[in-house]
Write a protein that binds this ligand. Sequence first.
Ligand SMILES: Nc1ncnc2c1ncn2[C@@H]1O[C@H](COP(=O)(O)OP(=O)(O)OP(=O)(O)O)[C@@H](O)[C@H]1O
Ligand SMILES: [Mg+2]
Length: 260
Amino acid sequence: MATSPASTPREPHAPLVDIDIRHKHYGARPILDSLRLTLAPGEIVALLGPSGCGKSTLLRIAAGLDRDYAGTVSYNGEVQRGPSPLAGVIFQEPRLLPWLRVADNVCFPQRARGDTRNHARSLLEEVGLRAEDGALWPKHLSGGMAQRVAIARGLFTQPQLLLLDEPFSAVDAMTRMRLQDLLLAIVDAHRTAALVVTHDIDEAVHLADRIVLLEPAGGARARPANRIFEVGGARPRRREDAGRSVLRRILLEGLETLAR
Ligand SMILES: Nc1ncnc2c1ncn2[C@@H]1O[C@H](COP(=O)(O)OP(=O)(O)OP(=O)(O)O)[C@@H](O)[C@H]1O
Ligand SMILES: [Mg+2]
């Protein structure tokens, strides 16, 4: 994976996902420019950056939900022209439909019947819930349970890329750590790639192989754009690992500079 100017030649073997954005504007306002990001199966990339720098916009483009930009998004070498069935999106809030039981939420827009019911049950178990929880209504779930259901729903189509937009920021600290470990287990088990937006440096360092520090587009460019950091070290990692304190400090200083 790398970020670099959009003119970088393509690799001889197509990566799983290749996001190549020349520019993205809202009206006259530049949001993203010259961003190239590739991911291989099993890779986790974290996106850090100040509020409003375009992280969610980048995720929507990667999912094929926003086509109004100059550039391409390719999955396995094929340019996508609409919402990609290979991407599963998980948002900050679970966004469950209150009029559908948990299992139907996991399958949505299909209903939980026969094979789809069995698939929903096994996904619920994989995310740490009980198969019987599929019969519950969303209003009966805790915040952590609801986000587990959202993760199960994100996995339902067996995506090759998970796109997660601040997925754990609405839950308590202990639940957050458990959900982070769940994500690591899922990426390991399914060899999916994952692009995770977070504001939490510790979360980025714990989860990611690489961290992209996204600079707001149209800046003075006095500083290097879209810096990328290799985290290094096999997962799972120890959270208290002091070896990454230098990286944490550099990321914090980078965020502070970009936020000014
Ligand atoms: N549909 C839209 N029309 C116009 N401007 C938009 C639209 N969506 C987002 N923006 C603007 O584009 C910029 C980037 O938005 P985006 O949501 O991608 O930021 P972000 O990095 O995810 O921020 P946060 O960390 O606060 O979630 C913001 O300034 C936002 O106001
Ligand atoms: Mg956002």
